[in-house]
Design a protein around this ligand. Structure first.
Ligand SMILES: Cc1cc2nc3c(=O)[nH]c(=O)nc-3n(C[C@H](O)[C@H](O)[C@H](O)COP(=O)(O)OP(=O)(O)OC[C@H]3O[C@@H](n4cnc5c(N)ncnc54)[C@H](O)[C@@H]3O)c2cc1C
Length: 472
């Protein structure tokens, strides 16, 4: 028997129609988790997630509103679900209830090519949006490695960053406006504008809200013209710190390469074999970069970048390495899927952010705390004038299957401690979800966490919108 009362299920059925509701175990399993490695490792060890009690597939924003209102009235938890590629457990319905699978809200609603805007529904897959943009000679510039398998609503709700964010910005920079169904079923429309100075920017409140403040039902995204030309640059530095110094100088000088990836020596060794460039062994750090836009500007920008790299002692490499990277740009993120099924395997990625003055310290702190027991790789990407993201991948094998989850927990605790030690942010673009819940106070401070708690209580007094996240 389903945990939800029959009368409540009838209300949901009235809201979304017979075919828009399921309590079938197979349908519930399909939306029971995202791709948070800890949950996948636990499942591998036989600990299945309980999942939701029902799944709904609303076909429009009115149906989303009706479902939220019903949950609010009945005190039943609900969790929005995009495509389930989140890697922090944010989409896991830890308290059961209803999952709102948004895949039927996948339309492109409007184009304003003069202003450079597109209006979309949240369940639209990133690659479908990008294909439609390209047909019109433009791009959002937002290209996470999961582009083909993740949704616009997911991007907004996790504050994702694409591979070319140094030039195009992260999703935060691309959202011009959005509409949200609040947890009680009322809708707020935050109109698209190029800028607005009227009080606090409420749009930002919903960026990274992971379903905790309601359901994003419409998003206006900014567009850029397709680049006329891309100029690639690859270089090998004598060490990671030298590469960091060069990248910092380039960004502070106003350069905005689209691709910007600086690999630490361990990752450089891997890239050397995968891309056929660089030198495995030693302290080398490989930079892969590209500049794009108007042909003359892209060429000039790449020239300046190359000059800065050379001034920091870098040796230029065959730029074909950059083309080789682009050719497999979306495979890279899925590599861990090959190893995760192996018994005892513990594998994950963690992205942190730090100002330039603490970036090398952060790199050293994470490597020191994780090193020895594991393979630890790191690259710098997503650069800003004042700092950058460090993206760590780690892999190891626990003493047995039962030791795998505790090992995963310990490794995360080590990385979070390293971030605290170096004064870094605990997250750059994967969100908070369950993975970072225990560390939110360290990030926001007790004062910040109290504000978050009060916002949550004000917008979701019944505590039904994706409860159990953010450590609240
Ligand atoms: C191989 C791989 C590569 C990846 N590469 C990148 C990358 O390059 N950059 C990056 O930033 N991330 C990356 N990710 C992480 C992931 O793809 C992103 O977090 C993505 O934004 C999640 O989108 P989704 O549609 O799958 O969301 P889901 O996982 O379904 O949901 C994520 C969160 O958003 C909430 N949510 C979803 N839709 C809505 C909505 N309409 N309204 C309110 N809340 C909503 C959910 O409740 C949940 O809390 C990668 C993941 C994988 C597996």
């Amino acid at each position: 028997m389903n945990a939800l009362p029959a009368r409540f299920l009838d209300v949901l059925r009235d809201a979304v129609g017979d075919r828009g509701l399921s309590t079938d175990p197979a349908d519930r399993d399909a939306v029971a988790h995202d791709l948070w490695p800890r949950a996948l490792i636990a499942e591998r060890g036989g600990r299945l997630l309980p999942g939701p009690d029902a799944v709904v597939w609303p076909a429009g924003r009115d149906q989303v509103a009706a479902v939220c209102a019903a949950c609010h009235r009945a005190g039943v938890p609900f969790t929005p679900f995009g495509a389930g590629t989140g890697v922090c457990g944010a989409a896991i319905p830890v308290r059961g209830g209803v999952v709102l699978d948004l895949k039927r809200l996948d339309r492109i609603l409007d184009w304003d090519l003069e202003s450079g805007w597109v209006v979309v529904e949240p369940g639209l897959l990133g690659s479908r949006l990008e294909d439609a943009c390209r047909e019109r000679g433009c791009t959002t510039g937002h290209h996470p490695s999961s582009l083909a398998l993740s949704t616009v609503g997911g991007f907004v709700a996790t504050r994702s960053a694409g591979q070319l964010s140094t030039r195009y910005g992260r999703i935060d920079d691309l959202v011009a406006g959005l509409d949200v169904v609040l947890p009680d079923g009322t809708t707020v429309s935050l109109r698209a504008q190029p800028a607005s100075g009227a009080g606090p920017d409420l749009r930002r409140l919903f960026l990274g809200s992971e379903g905790g403040f309601g359901v994003v039902v419409e998003v206006t995204l900014r567009l850029h013209p397709l680049p006329e030309r891309r100029v690639d640059h690859a270089a090998l530095f004598g060490g990671f710190a030298a590469g960091v110094a060069a990248v910092r100088e380039a960004l502070q000088a106003g350069l905005r390469p689209s691709l910007l990836r600086l690999y630490d020596p361990a990752d450089t060794a891997l890239q050397a074999s995968e891309l056929g460039v660089g030198e495995g062994g030693g302290d080398h750090a490989l930079l892969l970069a590209s500049c794009e836009g108007r042909a003359a500007v892209a060429a000039a920008e790449a020239g300046e970048l190359a000059a800065i790299c050379a001034a920091h002692g870098a040796r230029p490499c065959d730029p074909a390495a950059v083309a080789a990277w682009y050719a497999r740009r979306d495979d890279i993120g899925f590599a861990q899927a090959r190893y995760l099924p192996l018994p005892g395997a513990v594998i994950d990625t963690v992205e942190l952010a730090a100002p330039w003055s603490r970036l090398v310290t952060l790199h050293e702190a994470v490597r020191r705390r994780l090193g020895g027991r594991l393979i630890v790789l790191c690259h710098l990407s997503h650069g800003y004038p004042d700092g950058a993201c460090l993206y760590f991948s780690f892999a190891g094998v626990a003493a047995g299957e039962e030791a795998a989850v505790p090992l995963h927990e310990r490794l995360w605790a080590e990385v979070m401690a390293a971030a605290a030690e170096a004064g870094a942010s605990i997250a750059h673009h994967h969100g908070a979800g369950l993975a970072r819940a225990p560390y939110m106070a360290a990030e926001l401070g007790e004062g910040g966490l109290a504000v978050l708690r009060r916002l949550k209580a004000a917008l979701d007094p019944g505590g039904v919108a994706n409860p159990g996240k953010w450590g609240l």
